[in-house]
Design a protein around this ligand. Sequence first.
Ligand code: BGC
Length: 437
Amino acid sequence: MFLWGTATAAYQIEGAAEEDGRGLSIWDTFAREPGRTRDGHTGDVACDHYHRWREDVALMSGLGLNAYRFSISWPRVQPLGDGAVNARGLDFYDRLVDALLAAGIQPVPTLFHWDLPQALQDRGGWMNREIAPIFAEYARVVAERLADRVPLWITLNEPFVHMAFGHALGMHAPGQALLTGALPVAHHQLLAHGLAVGALRASGARQVALTNNCTPVWPASAEEPDVRAADAYDVLHNRLFNDPVLIGKYPDLSAYTGDLGFVHDGDLEIISAPLDALGINYYNPTRIAAPADDGLPFSDAGITGHPVTAFGWPVVPDGLRELLTGLKARYGDALPPIHITENGCSQEDVLTERGTVEDAGRIAYLEGHIGALRQAMDEGVDVRGYFVWSLLDNFEWAEGYHQRFGLVHVDFATQRRTPKASYAWLRSFLADQNTDT
Ligand code: BGC
């Protein structure tokens, strides 16, 4: 069965930041610091999904989806990151999983979507190798409770973005700007992933995947310095996170560091534990030119000549086909089946007086990308699922509530949900699908 779903993440939708024993996460700390997010927005309330989850499951059921990717808040389950388990936190996800299954929707939980327990950050966070086995223990705790009902697990969401935005550039929690000094964060996340694969399987998990954010990289010109820079960027964004997992070795990182002392003997065997699927989040390609003067071996040349989203991201549906066929060409038989675990766009959505949101741009975006996905499948790429980002307008990290990605509009003052035109479009699209193929 091909999975058609939507995706969300705990900190972006749940709210209830201090309820039922939930511990603090690095996003609570970061968002509450003045100047970190646009207009000082936080996820304290977000979409209040923690209280309104029944309504949200009903919205998904109304769409005709057969899958839902959500993330589990680690500090809800283990408020201090390790040790004591908060039963009320696990109970929440237990109820959600049962309600999804009752609605004919397969639950696809992600164990880490960037909301590290603050107590673990205080011990060094992902710069500290000890977090890896602690993550595996958390994975075990969750799987012991849910594995009997979950068909597919995702360990981490986008370790690249968490490393780059959270630890290299400081735009996301925990707000560190270590530049290339952040590379151990990549390795420790991957090690945590590998250890968690073992823990999940030992606890009865049926299928396990990792979700990477990938981008086709276009050199700004055919000149050698641009081509070399594009290759360096491809190493950092894509291959740093795909190669060790799929082929058990790191790409050449000499453009970034000469010291791989954080990689210990045996780590790559753990990291390359076989997967049942690879999750790919795709938003847009990246165009790269020769380095500027900031110490990095590349510079972003920007993409022109395509429509852009409210975020200013170029809309290039064929980039999804290019990405998928490129992964197949690079990894061949080492590439497991793929799920597109996120794809979608932010738009300047307006709730009209008639109570509608006419998001034609989002419909065009989804139509185009699903078309590109089909082409990639026709060209031989094994894709098993597609998840729209996102079900609801939600807390868009550093942008707060300013970027709307939902199929459903949320009025953050009243928590009123209004399905957009794209919701109706997707519902009729799904009704036309033969979900057995
Ligand atoms: C993340 C989501 C985010 C989306 C849009 C992805 O990188 O996984 O959490 O909301 O992109 O920026």
